[in-house]
Design a protein around this ligand. Sequence first.
Ligand SMILES: O=C(O)c1ccccc1N[C@@H]1O[C@H](COP(=O)(O)O)[C@@H](O)[C@H]1O
Length: 207
Amino acid sequence: MKIKICGMKFRENIEDVVQLKPDYLGFIFYPQSPRYVDDLSVLKAIPSSIKKVAVFVNAKLQDALEIVADYDFNAVQLHGNEKPDYCSQFKSATVEVIKAFGVNNEFDFSDLKRYKDSCDTFLFDTKSDSHGGTGKTFNWDILKNYKEPKPFFLSGGIGLDNLHEVNTIQNYGLPIYGLDLNSKLEVSPGLKDTQKVKEAIDKIKGI
Ligand SMILES: O=C(O)c1ccccc1N[C@@H]1O[C@H](COP(=O)(O)O)[C@@H](O)[C@H]1O
C-alpha cells in the first residue's frame, strides 16, 4: 500500500517528514487553500526516492504544465472538475496522473469510464465546496459500487483514529493503491505533526 502525505509547505517540516520515507509528498497549487505552497524552494528538500506530486484545482492548463516541467514533478493530482482531455495533456512516461473525485452517497462511479485512458490512478476524497483538505471522511461503503479495474488512492479525513477501518475496504477486494493523508496529521494547515505522521506510516505498513 503506497503512502502519500499531502499539503506540505514548510522546509524543516518537509525535511523531517522525508526521513519517514513516504512514497509520495503532495504540494497544493490552489491559492484558496491554506496549504498553498508559495515558496517553491522547499521542493529542493525532497530526494528522488520520494515522488513529488503537484495538486491542482481547475488550474489553467499552460500554467500547470509549466510548473510540472520547471520543478520536475513526478505526478499531478487533478482535484477539480478537470475533463479527460485536460488530464491527458499531462500523461507521459514520467508523469503520473492522479484524477481526484469528490464522493458522496449520490456519486455515480460509472462516470469514471471516460477517464480510463487519461489517468493512471483515481483518488476518492470527500465531496466538498472547498475541493479538499476538509478532514472529513465519506461513507466508504459506497466504494462497493466501484467496478473499474483502475487502482485508486483513498483520501479524505484519514487519520490515526480511522486507519484500522481501511482493512474493511481491502476486504471488499477493491484495487486500493494507496492512502493519502493530510489535515488529520497536522499541527496547523500545512505543518505536519511528525510524530503523528510516523505513527500513521508505521500503522499503514502493518495493514
Ligand atoms: O489540502 C488542501 O487544502 C486541498 C485543497 C484543495 C484540493 C485538495 C486539497 N488537499 C487534498 O484533500 C484531500 C483530503 O484531505 P484531508 O485528509 O481531508 O485533509 C487529500 O487528497 C489532499 O491531497
